[in-house]
Design a protein around this ligand. Structure first.
Ligand code: HEC
Length: 150
């Protein structure tokens, strides 16, 4: 297990629900984040993602459309990127897990639920895989939210 210590300013990212990551580090507002890289889980998660998720979210979790905020004629959103360039990092871990388990049909969306098809360890490894694609800065911003909204 490799650990990487990150030191980042996340205030700018959290001030608004902004999709533009703030750049630069404010020395007054540093957050220390320990980023765990469990490479066995990440590699397993990558396989599971290809088998179950890539058909909609893209092989590299890049999404299928750059216009992922644009709903179609039925008001349904396209599968967004999960690679740190879209919105997924705004969600604390428990919300990511519940979205994956429940899907979005009840909310009027298009994503199937995976409860009963993928177990908790598998879901965790998939999340670890797409999070491994996030920049350190995005990961640090997510981590802060995750701590706040537990
Ligand atoms: C049939 C297509 C489809 C498949 C397969 C699919 N998704 Fe999705 N997913 C979507 C769509 C569409 C959305 C956007 C939300 C909505 O439905 O309105 C979404 C949203 C999400 C979100 C929330 C992202 C955000 O920015 O809030 C996560 C996390 C996610 N999917 C993970 C997964 C994972 C993990 C898998 C595989 C286990 C998967 N999805 C499989 C279609 C799919």
């Amino acid at each position: 297990m490799k650990k990487i210590i990150l030191l980042f300013s996340v205030l700018g990212l959290l001030a608004a629900c902004s999709d533009e990551p703030a750049t630069g580090v404010d020395p007054q507002n540093k957050t220390e984040v320990v980023r765990s890289m469990d490479f066995a889980a990440i590699s397993r998660g990558g396989q599971l993602f290809q088998q179950n998720c890539a058909v909609c979210h893209g092989q590299q979790a890049q999404g299928l459309s750059e216009n992922w905020r644009q709903a179609d004629q039925e008001g349904k959103l396209p599968p967004p990127p999960l690679n740190g360039t879209a919105h997924a990092w705004h969600h604390p871990k428990r919300v990511l897990v519940s979205t994956i388990k429940n899907g979005t049909a009840k909310l009027g969306g298009n994503m199937p639920g995976w409860e009963g098809k993928l177990n908790d360890a598998e879901i965790n490894s998939i999340i670890a895989w797409f999070q491994s694609k996030w920049s350190d800065e995005i990961y640090a911003a997510w981590y802060k939210r995750d701590q706040e909204f537990k």
